[in-house]
Design a binder for this molecule. Structure first.
Ligand code: ADP
Ligand code: MG
Length: 231
């Protein structure tokens, strides 16, 4: 128990260190991104455009990684404020964001929702990020097989339930056990931070998240439950 406590303290210290570094790396990275964008505009005509695309994609990747580390370490960002918001606005926003890719790949991205609205209290952008992480995984699981991702939303007593199901590769037992472990990934270029960040966000909003296989579709099924905010 004593040993457990020390271990937990050590982990927390490492988390703080990682978060502090992530925070410090972010500022110069933002400046690099800005100047690269400027350079790209000034060198519009020649064959450098693909280099700029690669550089900017990689910067986005680092930025996403830093963001995940900050969320995981519960690093406080004074710039974002908690608010009461309509959770389906964010779900619809994510779907809209992923529609072009789905259409391009011939994936059906379906939404089962009555149109009823629910408020959630917390960080709008974080909830959007959490839903996006789940949906991005679903699309990635369809890479070789599968063609449908279903998003369902309904209210159950005092919670809004958001379910994302796909007919992709599904979850093996070992994957199911490690899904939420930071840096666990089965993808060659994955970070393994998507679902650990998502779980942290959902739990910090007083919600729950479950993962299993979808009996209907044969792929994975993620269920997110968030408390409905009553005025
Ligand atoms: P990453 O996407 O970078 O690998 P995540 O934390 O988002 O990291 O996901 C962790 C792992 O969980 C993935 O590498 C994958 O093996 C598994 N996974 C997540 N979502 C799905 C899904 N919809 N279908 C199958 N496997 C999934
Ligand atoms: Mg992911």
């Amino acid at each position: 128990y004593d040993e457990e406590l020390t271990k937990r303290e050590a982990l927390a210290a490492v988390g703080q260190l990682a978060a502090g570094m992530a925070h410090e790396i972010r500022n110069p990275l933002t400046s690099i991104k800005g100047f690269i964008q400027l350079l790209r505009e000034q060198m519009e005509t020649d064959g450098n455009q693909s280099y700029f695309s690669v550089i900017l994609t990689e910067i986005e990747r680092i930025d996403g990684l830093l963001n995940d580390v900050l969320v995981l370490a519960r690093y406080r960002d004074d710039k974002i404020v908690a608010e009461r918001f309509l959770v389906m606005e964010e779900v619809l926003g994510v779907i809209r964001l992923l529609e072009p890719e789905s259409i391009r790949r011939g994936i059906r991205l379906e939404l089962n929702w009555s149109g009823e609205q629910w408020h959630v209290f917390g960080y709008r952008a974080r909830i959007k990020q959490a839903i996006l992480n789940i949906l991005k995984n679903a699309l990635e699981a369809l890479a070789s097989k599968g063609s449908v991702v279903q998003v369902s939303a309904y209210a159950s007593i005092n919670q809004v339930v958001i379910i994302v199901e796909d007919d992709g590769v599904g979850l093996s037992d070992s994957v199911k056990q490690n899904l939420f472990v930071p840096f666990y990934t089965t993808k060659p270029d994955g970070t393994g931070l998507g679902l650990s960040t998502t779980q942290r966000i959902i739990i910090d909003h007083g919600g729950e998240i479950f993962a299993d296989n979808s009996p209907q579709l044969g792929g994975a099924r993620f269920e997110v439950r968030l408390p409905i905010s009553m005025q």
